[in-house]
Structure formats: structure tokens, C-alpha cells
Design a protein around this ligand. Structure first.
Ligand code: AHR
Length: 713
């Protein structure tokens, strides 16, 4: 017997419960024997007792049935199955998986960007979240002091044209006398997005714009959440003349302590009127210095994503067009960006994470940007084809912003932002999922023609089904979104098996298990998605790209579950499906080999096999992935044929994603409860006996001899 996923034939711990349950079942049958003989004796009793006998007999039959059922159940849930996995690793039968097969889809949902990946610590930094009219709500800013010492409101005196609202603080108290301000002064504080994470010895860049009716003495501090403990502080001072006009102030704060729930305070004990606008606190230490929260961006980089689709989802469309993502409002200096209300997911975004930053993120991750443009539709409205021209032009301008030379109109804006080199934008998705809408196809045609005329090399993605695409309604790719229960997702392993092999390929840009057994990210959901991805690998002649949805959730504002990565202001963890994606990160551009599973009476196993080469050390690997979506352990005989270069005797490993319960999830308390565990395979061979636990994803990564790499890799 093959055991324990080790290639040597050792005792498997999984056998123990199997044997125990068999012993229990046999004992149960032995215990039943007297009852069965009693039943036989009853058969011989007098007719007068027939009624009674019949009743006793049925009771006993029922008992026997229940026992039998228990036995079947007890054995059924733990007894292993035996199966065969055959892999044809010959180069002549291999097929290359597309280079951009697995990527990520970032949507501004669940505070994924604002208060998430975008590292800005101040929420509502421009005081615009309450709308353009004043007086307006200044949430989450809070006043320090009471009406007798300070009056705080908003007016439209900002120096930023597209961003007119400013904060006005009328300080009634002073430094001494009967009107003396309370100790520590009066002013406002900003708690950030559910508390700012301030770290000891780290440096924070503070920027703010200030105007005053009098001389200024304004203390700017990072403090504990109650304001009592100062972590870092700086006082802005200046004469009345100096601040008579809007003045930009920038300085650095270095924290003396750690505090995961800090706030920014702006306080004074000097009477007069002070206006504030565009107040920012950015950590210095961000991913590649480009403003992305380092821990979260690193989690993305670790997936080796080959593309980055952005900015939505429904976020790209808006509930209403006035609230849709408009790329041109999100570029240029951050102070000039008006920000907008993300009405689909119910929160304000300052648009610090704008079009430029998305392109930058893609570049930093080594991923191809896939820009989802608004096609003239929101969730509730639609622009007709007769009036779509200005939006079409806007999208072509957006492409120029990304790809145009630094001397072009929009390319020069990008260059002024510090990126004279064009970004490699090769994919534009026309809309999100609006094919069913009245004007979609008409509008699509306009976008397609204009984009192709200006940028023939751009791949245009349609939201319509493959069957609708034709020479008169062309598309380079068509977008597919799949949301399903875990069993349904598992069965979609074969979703593309019968898709016509010619014509445009699919980008499955949103897929996820949803519903009860998805929870906030369960093991079983991750396994179902793994099986689905195995199906995509096998159908990667008709599926070009795939990404899960959604990617991020700030635990303080969960608008959609499940999500791949959970975080708060200072912590993060990957859900089981985040870890599952790691099993596929070597697949893009790898060689897919035919593989087949033979196993009787058990249809819960799917597998794939690839060979891939490490870009770092050029080592070659045969990776066999097996999803066991069922409750039974499986002893699997793996047989690899056709390998041109042998398997090295050492350096191979097995990685397993599983847990004791199919519905297990990770959490801040147990971030690694469901996470991959790797162990060396001591004696890797082309014929191996391995064991697969119930509800598991296992990868066998077999290190190949370097000398005989086949040329197709
Ligand atoms: O991923 C969450 C939402 O699901 C997306 O915004 C939308 O495109 C889909 O319906």
C-alpha cells in the first residue's frame, strides 16, 4: 500500500481511523448476532403471536438497517479509496498555458483601496466627502473642544478649483485669561480608517494646506486614540502675513512608539480663524515607494499575478453615472482630485488610488493592466449609442494617458506625474457585465472601432457571450463571471470542455464560491475554486486569463464575502482561497500535460500536471496538483510517462492545503489555520503511491534533472 503522500511505502496515519472504524463496525455486527438469532426464533412462534412477531420483526429489521447504515456511514466517511492518476509528460503532447493565465482583479470594494492598499492614513483628507455644498458633514473628522471654545464648519474657500470645500475653525479661546483654551488646545482630529497604524521609528510625511486670519501656532500630532499620548508632534508657527493666503506645509513625523489605533490631531490655543484643506499623512515606507501598503502589496506580489484588472466590478459602473469611476478625475496632483462617492459599495474615496496608481501597481507587480472602462452604463442608467461619442473619446484619451508619448496631450500629464515611459496597457474591457442592456452592443461597437483605430494592438474585451461575437461584432476576448455554490463550482471544472475551440478566448475575470458554505472564506470553497482552476488550465486553449473576486476586505467594512485577503489597519491574513492561488502561480506560461484520474465510485477528484521553469535559478519542475473535494481519503498511484528529463532523487516536495473541517476558515486569531504545509518527498519517482486526505488540495512538485529540458519550455 502507498502511504502518507511519501513516496516510500510507509504506514499512513490516515489508516488508523480507518482501521479503528472497521474494528468498531465488526464489533457492532457481532453485537447484532444474538438479535438476529432472536429474530429467527420468533419466526417459529405460534400463529396467535403473529401480530406481535410481525411487530418485533419489523423493529429488528429496522435495528439491523440502522446498524448497517451506521456501518456504511462510519466506513464511508473515512475508508480510503484507491485510484490511479496517469500523466503523459511527453513534450509532443504538451500544450503551453497562456502567459497571462492567472492574474488578480482589484475592485474598490470593502475599502480595498481607500483605507486598504492605498497607504494614506487620513480619511476624507480634502473635506469633500460631505458633498460640494456647505455646510457639510466632515465625517470622520471630530471636533476637539466645545461650542464655547471652537466653531468648526466647512466653506467653499479652498484654493483647489475642482475641490472647493475647506475646513473652517473659528477658535474662540486663547492662551490665557478667562477665555483660556482647555489644556492641549482645541481643534480637530482624524481617526483614519478605523484607527491609524503608527509604528515606532517609522517616518510619516505630513502635508496640509493652511490659511489664517491671524498668526498661527498649530500643533500637528499623531496620538493614541484618546489623544492623551503623543507619538510624534510638530508645531506650525507663522505670522499673520505668512498665512494670509493658502500655504502648503510639509514635514516629517517620526514616531516614538507603536500604536495600531492612533489618530491625527490638529490643535491650537490661539484665537482666530484657521482654514485647513488637503491634510495627508503618508507612511514613507510603502511598496516600491509608490504609496501602496507594503504588507498588502507584498501579498499580491507573492501570487506572481500576470495581470491586474481594475478598478471594478460594479465600482467601475456606479449605481449612477455621476458616481462612476472617471479616470481623468483621478490623475494629476492628489490635492486636485475631487474624490467621489462609491455609491455601489457605500463609501467615499479620495481617489488617492487613481488611474495612474493602478497602472503603477500593475507595473510594480510585473502584471499587465486590464482596464475596465465605463461603457456608458451604471446599475440604473444607460447612455444611448447616439450620445456615447464623448465617452468613447474619453476612453481613447485614457489610453493615451497610459500609452502616449510624453509629448502627447495626456501622455504629458502622466510624464508630469513622474512616469515619462508609457505604461504597457494592452487590455481594455468594455464595461463590466452589461451585455444584457439595451445599448451595450451598439456602444461596444463604437468603443471597439475607436480603440482599434487609434491603438490596433490593444485587446478589446466584450462583456457578451462568445456566441454573440462575429466578424461584424468583433472582440479579442470575452469576459465571463462565475459565482456559484461550492458543489456547483466544483462541477464547473468541465465548464469549458465543450466550448468551440475557435474564435475569441475567455477571460474569466471574476469567479468565486458564494453562499452558505463559502462563509467568510472556507476550505471547501477554496477547494471548489481549485477544481475550477484545474478545469481552466485544462481548457487554456479557449480560456486566456482568470482572476478571483473580490480580492480584499477591510474587516471593518465588510460589504462582500468571501474575499481572498482580510485586513485591518495593521493586520492581514489570507483566506484559504488566497493560499489556494499559490498552487497556480507557476502555471502561467507553463506546459500543460494530459492527465487522467481513474477511480471507482468516487467523482470528487480532479488533477492537472504542468512542467515549468523557475526564472530565478532555471530549475525545472513537474507539478502535479490534485483536488480531493470529497470526504474520503484516497490512495493514489501516480504514474508519469514520457518525461524526457528524469526526476531528481532529492529536492522534490509535497504541499497540502487542508484542515480538520471542510468549513474551517482563517481569522486574525488563527491566520494560518488553513494554510499550505510543505514537506520533502524523499524518493520521488515516476511511479509513486501517495495518500490524499479528505477535503484537500495537494501539489507534488517534482524537481527535474536540469540537463534534458524540452525545448518548448
Ligand atoms: O465581485 C463583486 C461584484 O460581483 C462585482 O462588482 C460585480 O462585477 C460582480 O457582480
Amino acid at each position: 500500500m502507498c502511504k502518507s503522500g511519501e513516496v516510500s511505502f510507509k504506514q499512513n496515519a490516515d489508516d488508523v481511523p480507518v482501521r479503528v472504524s472497521v474494528v468498531i463496525s465488526v464489533l457492532a455486527w457481532l453485537a447484532l448476532l444474538p438479535l438476529i438469532s432472536l429474530e429467527l426464533e420468533l419466526e417459529l412462534e405460534l400463529d396467535s403471536m403473529a401480530m406481535q412477531r410481525a411487530q418485533d420483526g419489523s423493529c429488528l429489521h429496522a435495528l439491523v438497517f440502522v446498524y448497517s447504515l451506521c456501518w456504511v456511514c462510519s466506513v464511508g466517511f473515512v475508508v480510503g479509496q484507491t485510484g490511479q492518476l496517469s500523466v503523459d509528460a511527453s513534450s509532443q503532447n504538451a500544450r503551453k498555458i497562456p502567459d497571462k493565465m492567472f492574474g488578480i482583479f482589484f475592485e474598490e470594494i470593502n475599502h480595498a483601496g481607500a483605507g486598504g492598499l492605498w497607504a494614506e492614513l487620513v480619511s476624507n483628507r480634502g473635506f469633500e466627502a460631505g458633498g460640494p455644498n456647505t455646510p457639510s458633514n466632515i465625517d470622520p473628522w471630530v471636533i476637539i473642544g466645545n461650542e464655547s471654545s471652537i466653531i468648526v464648519g466647512t466653506d467653499r474657500t479652498s484654493c483647489f478649483e475642482r475641490n472647493p470645500v475647506a475646513l473652517r475653525m473659528e477658535v474662540l479661546c486663547g492662551s490665557k485669561g478667562t477665555d483660556a483654551c482647555p489644556s492641549g488646545g482645541v481643534g480637530v482630529y482624524n481617526p483614519g480608517y478605523w484607527g491609524m497604524n503608527i509604528e515606532r521609528r517609522k517616518v510619516y510625511k505630513v502635508t496640509l494646506h493652511i490659511r489664517s486670519s491671524d498668526a498661527v501656532s498649530l500643533s500637528v500630532s499623531l496620538t493614541s486614540s484618546d489623544g492623551l499620548r503623543k507619538l510624534a508632534s510638530h508645531t506650525i508657527t507663522g505670522s499673520k502675513k505668512q498665512f494670509a493666503k493658502w500655504t502648503k506645509i510639509e514635514f516629517h513625523l517620526k514616531s516614538s512608539q507603536n500604536n495600531t489605533n492612533s489618530r491625527l490631531q490638529l490643535t491650537t490655543s490661539r484665537s482666530g480663524v484657521i482654514w485647513l484643506d488637503q491634510v495627508s499623512v503618508m507612511p514613507f515606507d510603502t511598496y516600491m515607494g509608490h504609496g501602496f501598503r507594503k504588507d498588502l502589496a507584498s501579498m499580491l506580489a507573492n501570487l506572481k499575478p500576470q495581470f491586474l484588472k481594475f478598478p471594478g466590478g460594479n465600482y467601475a459602473m456606479g449605481n449612477y453615472l455621476r458616481n462612476a469611476f472617471q479616470w481623468s478625475e483621478t490623475v494629476g496632483s492628489w490635492e486636485e482630485r475631487p474624490g467621489h462617492f462609491n455609491d455601489v459599495w457605500g463609501y467615499w474615496t479620495d481617489d488617492g488610488l487613481g488611474f495612474f496608481e493602478f497602472l503603477q501597481l500593475a507595473e510594480d507587480l510585473g502584471a499587465s493592466p486590464v482596464w475596465v472602462v465605463n461603457d456608458g452604463a451604471s446599475q440604473n442608467e444607460e447612455v444611448s449609442t447616439a450620445t456615447i461619442a464623448s465617452l468613447v473619446k474619453d476612453v481613447v484619451d485614457g489610453i493615451e494617458f497610459a500609452r502616449g508619448g510624453p509629448n502627447t496631450t495626456w501622455g504629458s500629464v502622466r510624464a508630469a506625474m513622474g512616469h515619462p515611459e508609457p505604461f504597457k496597457l494592452d487590455y481594455v474591457s468594455i464595461g463590466n457585465q452589461e451585455c444584457w442592456m439595451l445599448y451595450y452592443r451598439g456602444n461596444y461597437q463604437k468603443f471597439y472601432s475607436a480603440i482599434k483605430a487609434a491603438y490596433p494592438g490593444i485587446n478589446v474585451i466584450s462583456s457578451c457571450d462568445k456566441s454573440t461575437i462575429s466578424p461584424s461584432n468583433p472582440a479579442d476576448l470575452y469576459d465571463v463571471h462565475v459565482y456559484a455554490s461550492s458543489s456547483d463550482m466544483f462541477s464547473r471544472t468541465s465548464m469549458f470542455d465543450n466550448t468551440p475551440r475557435s474564435g475569441p478566448k475567455a477571460i474569466v475575470s471574476e469567479y468565486a464560491v458564494t453562499g452558505d458554505d463559502a462563509g467568510k472564506g472556507t476550505l471547501v470553497a477554496a477547494l471548489a475554486e481549485a477544481a475550477f482552476l484545474v478545469g481552466l488550465e485544462k481548457n487554456s486553449d479557449v480560456v486566456e486569463m482568470a482572476s478571483c473576486a473580490p480580492l480584499f476586505v477591510n474587516d471593518n467594512d465588510r460589504r462582500w464575502s468571501p474575499d481572498a485577503i482580510v485586513f485591518n489597519s495593521w493586520q492581514n491574513y489570507g483566506c484559504p482561497n488566497y493560499w489556494m492561488l499559490h498552487f497556480f502561480k507557476d502555471s502561467s506560461g507553463a506546459m500543460l500535460h494530459p492527465s487522467s484520474v481513474q477511480i471507482s465510485n468516487y467523482d470528487q477528484l480532479v488533477a492537472s500536471a504542468i512542467t515549468w521553469q523557475s526564472s530565478q535559478d532555471k530549475s525545472s519542475h513537474l507539478k502535479i496538483k490534485v483536488v480531493n473535494f470529497g470526504s474520503k481519503a484516497v490512495d493514489l498511484n501516480i504514474s508519469v510517462s514520457g518525461l524526457e528529463n528524469g526526476i531528481k532523487s532529492s529536492g522534490s516536495k509535497k504541499t497540502v492545503l487542508t484542515s480538520s473541517g471542510a468549513l474551517d476558515e482563517n481569522s486574525f486569531q488563527q491566520p494560518q489555520k488553513v494554510a499550505p504545509v510543505s514537506s520533502p518527498i524523499d524518493n520521488a519517482m515516476q511511479q509513486m503511491g501517495v495518500s490524499l486526505g479528505p477535503y484537500s488540495l495537494t501539489s507534488f512538485d517534482l524537481l527535474l534533472e536540469p540537463s534534458k529540458l524540452h525545448s518548448t519550455m
